[in-house]
Design a protein around this ligand. Structure first.
Ligand code: NAP
Ligand code: ZN
Length: 349
């Protein structure tokens, strides 16, 4: 098959489109997927390729590609809920299913968890062999490109908002709302009846965010940001802030607009910021800071059942698998609004 492989860490140009061994037959609980589309993510793809993803413990050569969608071509002996020909979305976080965390429904913190495309061979390839438990049948009417864009960000966004206790009518501020994950959180929050404020440092992206139905799109680093949010929310501030970036510079401005009783959700920190937290203010205002590592299996299933048929992911653009270098360069430029994806097999899309 064809795959994109990097043989050393470095800039996008280390990615090579080449012949690569097929993944082999599925194990008893695995499936083989012909990949229609695969997301390009900032930490898992750009970070791993550049050698800055601390979770990557392997060594090149390596095939990236975590959340993806495609058509099942082969199923293992013990797989009964999927058949060849099924269109599936594949969630990248693999948990053991047997440890205490998994049994408690907290498989997102399974100590032996692995990520497809990081600890296992990925889906930047024509074929991927993955655990059947990670695949969900894609409902009619959702394309494989949309399914790949939803596969990780959808369940994570849904989990973030549920963990924050979102109720219809709440004000939600999504920091980095133009990102692949942030745009999904904004879309899901809107679907659930929230009033959403998004942030981006770029004027062009802020205008585009308004077209998604956001109440406002602001630059959290600009003077007047806090005043504008307080004005919008009638002086109360927002009940939920979703922050996936880890910017120490922006954090104080987000906390300043959090209402009493409000919650900050954090699901990523690629900027790697370290913060100081005003504990007095935190307890006096009954506020919470909640880490959401990723979605649980239960969260993935409920997202596809309850939310996916009603939302559309924000897709910036797709690239053929052979143009993975251009796709990485584009995402690295920071110009994207929403998800960037690779298309390994055009014909299954
Ligand atoms: N926990 C999970 O399961 C999970 C899943 C997916 C993603 N994530 C995390 O979510 C984050 C976004 O990932 P993605 O793939 O969605 O990203 P992406 O599409 O590449 O978007 C990058 C975002 O970072 C912002 N940004 C870049 N440099 C910045 C800086 N110096 N200061 C402030 N903002 C900056 C950009 O904002 P502008 O609009 O201002 O340019 C944009 O919103 C990452 O930290 C990632 O690890 C977590
Ligand atoms: Zn486990």
């Amino acid at each position: 098959m064809k795959a994109v492989v990097f043989h050393e860490f470095g800039p996008p140009e280390v990615l090579t489109y080449q012949d690569w061994p097929d993944p082999g037959p599925p194990g008893p609980e695995e499936i083989v997927v012909r990949v229609g589309a695969v997301s390009v993510g900032r930490l898992l793809d750009l970070g791993t390729r550049a050698g800055t993803n601390r979770y990557f413990r392997g060594r090149p050569p390596h095939v990236l590609g975590s959340d993806h969608a495609g058509v099942v071509v082969e199923v293992g002996r013990d797989v009964h809920h999927l058949r060849p020909g099924d269109r599936v979305a594949v969630f990248g976080h693999v948990s053991c299913g047997r440890c205490r965390s998994c049994e408690d429904g907290h498989d997102e913190i399974c100590p032996s968890s692995e990520l497809i495309g990081v600890h296992r061979p990925g889906a930047d390839a024509e074929l991927a062999r993955v655990p059947a438990a990670n695949a969900t049948v894609v409902p009619e009417g959702i394309s494989l490109v949309a399914a790949a864009a939803l596969a990780l960000a959808g369940p994570v966004a849904w989990t973030q908002l549920r963990m924050a206790g979102l109720r219809a009518g709440d004000w939600v501020l999504v920091n980095g709302a133009a990102s692949g994950l942030g745009s999904m959180t904004a879309v899901v929050a809107r679907h659930l009846g929230a009033r959403v404020i998004g942030t981006s440092r770029k004027e062009r992206k802020r205008s585009a965010l308004l077209e998604l139905g956001l109440e406002a799109a602001l630059d959290a680093t600009a003077p007047g940001f806090e005043r504008e949010v307080l004005e919008l929310t009638g002086g109360e501030g927002v009940r939920i802030v979703v922050e996936n970036l880890g910017s120490a510079e922006i954090w104080p401005h987000l906390v300043a607009v959090l209402a009493p009783g409000g919650t900050v959700i954090s699901s990523g920190a690629f900027l790697g910021g370290q913060l100081s937290l005003d504990l007095r203010s935190l307890y006096q205002r009954s506020q919470r800071v909640v880490g959401v590592r990723t979605a649980t299996r239960h969260g993935v299933a409920s997202f596809w059942r309850e939310v996916a048929p009603h939302v559309r992911p924000v897709i910036d653009r797709t690239f053929p698998l052979a143009d993975a270098v251009a796709a990485h360069r584009y995402l690295e430029s920071g110009d994207n609004l929403g998800r960037v994806l690779l298309i390994p097999c055009q014909e299954v899309g």
